[in-house]
Design a protein around this ligand. Structure first.
Ligand SMILES: [Zn+2]
Length: 277
């Protein structure tokens, strides 16, 4: 999942500041042919691109409506697909209205997949995969299972959402359904084991990787964050490197994990010898 964060703090929903205990996830799609995240998420963070109409949802009432969701999946300016978190996950969103039995806004995290013309198979498969991964991430965080994942039209049938058809006007065009979606979420939950992250922490810290310049040739790479961890016997050399995690440890004010060691987690450098770019 290509997860970014831009909280829509100017939206009246965010300002209302109500929280929920998430009991499920509701998948939406926007119902408009515009796959670009910048239509909904702004201002431009350098990746989204500029919304020339300034009609994104980071304003009190976007398009005059009381509406806000926890996330969007769509295209960045460079055409790649990403997910943006746009509300704290445990904040009460305004994504599904209500039905005969109440409102899913009180119980469900809701995110939108930006629709395109609905016929592009490669765009669909990219956003579908991203949505599956987002649901897995949220299920783990809030102790949910794939059975807790529904779409807006299923919410309507359950009596907790307004009468909308999303996402079932789209998924079947590409041979998918909410059942295939749930099955894929379930499969990934099993594959990633039963270990649950600490659900008592409302918001995980989402670490934004960044790049640093190293200007000495002999910066040691260590197995862990500290001079008390062994050196790998390798040096970075001079150049630009991506840091994917930070940690405190002996011998430096901060240690950084190099992206190329992300999997093994055994490649740390002292950030004292780097300049953040
Ligand atoms: Zn919807």
């Amino acid at each position: 999942m290509n997860l970014h964060k831009l909280i829509l703090t100017n939206n009246a929903c965010y300002k209302a500041g109500r929280t929920i205990t998430p009991k499920g996830i509701m998948v939406h799609s926007t119902g408009a042919n515009n796959p670009n995240l910048k239509r909904y998420v702004g201002p431009d963070d350098g990746l989204l691109g500029k919304n020339q109409y300034n009609n994104h949802w980071n304003q009190d009432k976007p398009d005059g409506r009381q509406v806000c969701v926890h996330g969007f999946i769509g295209k960045l300016a460079d055409g790649s697909v990403a997910t943006y978190q746009t509300l704290p996950w445990n904040m009460r969103g305004w994504h599904c209205g209500s039905g005969s039995k109440g409102s899913g806004n009180d119980t469900h995290i809701g995110f939108e997949i930006c629709e395109d013309g609905l016929t592009d198979a490669s765009y669909f498969s990219a956003v579908y995969k991203e949505a599956v991964e987002l649901c897995v991430y949220l299920c783990k965080q809030y102790n949910l299972t794939e059975k807790d994942v529904i779409c807006h039209c299923e919410g309507y049938k359950l009596g907790i959402a307004s009468n909308h058809g999303d996402v079932m006007h789209w998924f079947p065009k590409h041979g998918k359904s909410m059942d295939t979606f749930r099955a894929e979420v379930g499969k990934l939950l099993v594959a990633s084991g039963t270990e649950q992250p600490d659900a008592s922490a409302d918001e995980p810290a989402i670490f934004e990787q960044y790049r640093v310049r190293v200007s000495i040739a002999t910066l040691n790479i260590r197995k862990g964050p500290g001079t008390d961890y062994g050196a790998l016997g390798k040096y970075t050399g001079k150049g630009v490197f991506t840091i994917v995690e930070e940690a405190d440890g002996a011998g430096a004010s901060k240690w950084g994990l190099l992206k190329s060691y992300k999997k093994s987690r055994a490649g740390w450098i002292s950030l004292d010898y780097t300049t953040k770019l």
